[in-house]
Design a protein around this ligand. Structure first.
Ligand SMILES: Cc1cc2nc3c(=O)[nH]c(=O)nc-3n(C[C@H](O)[C@H](O)[C@H](O)COP(=O)(O)O)c2cc1C
Length: 177
């Protein structure tokens, strides 16, 4: 499979990207090809809601979104990687998703496989459900098939993350594909 990993953390070497690295290691070992897109360090603007695209046409904005769009439209699987910010995904990743607007129909017609990788400081059970619900609804709306979620609770810093069981979980998810 061609797998596109969309990273949404401002920390290049942060916790969510550490988990993504493990996922990628496993997926490469399983023979898949990986494209990594560090959306948090690309030039991506928020959707203006201007309706120029009519949900299925050219976007009025000029930035790096076409690179993400073309990668996703050529992929078999997308992996969304994010720190947990106030119980949801980062704004950096949300901008990528809001900008699906101009190619929602094309993207949902692809029936992509997807996965979610998230890192949060807290380790209690009330951290992830809100992000998970959003992701699951997005999957239903976009015809994505979820292949797994790495919900990195207690992953508040790279050292916490390296010592967590989620590293192995992420590796195993990649390897299992
Ligand atoms: C703006 C902001 C909001 C955050 N909100 C939460 C939160 O709601 N719950 C939580 O457990 N951690 C929260 N955190 C902590 C981060 O999720 C945590 O440090 C994570 O490891 C960062 O991942 P990264 O290194 O991949 O960026 C927040 C951090 C920031 C900067």
């Amino acid at each position: 499979m061609k797998i596109v990993v969309v990273k949404g953390s401002p920390h290049r070497k942060g916790s969510s990207n550490l988990l993504a690295e493990q996922f990628i290691k496993g997926a490469r070992e399983a023979g898949h090809s990986i494209v990594e897109l560090d959306a948090a360090h690309m030039d991506i603007h928020p959707c203006l809601g201007c309706e120029h695209c009519g949900m299925n046409g050219p976007c009025a904005q000029r930035d790096d979104v076409p690179q993400i769009r073309d990668a996703l439209l050529g992929a078999d699987m997308a992996v969304f990687v994010t720190p947990v910010y106030y119980f949801g995904m980062s704004a950096q990743l949300k901008m990528v998703i809001d900008r699906f607007y101009s190619y929602t129909m094309k993207l949902s017609a692809k029936h992509l496989k997807t996965a979610l990788i998230a890192a949060a400081w807290d380790s209690n059970e009330d951290v992830m459900p809100y992000l998970v619900q959003h992701y699951q609804k997005l999957c239903r709306y976009m015809n994505f098939t979820d292949c797994g979620m790495i919900l990195g609770t207690g992953c508040g810093s790279p050292s916490m993350t390296k010592n967590s069981r989620h590293m192995e979980e992420a590796y195993r998810l990649g390897k299992s594909l």
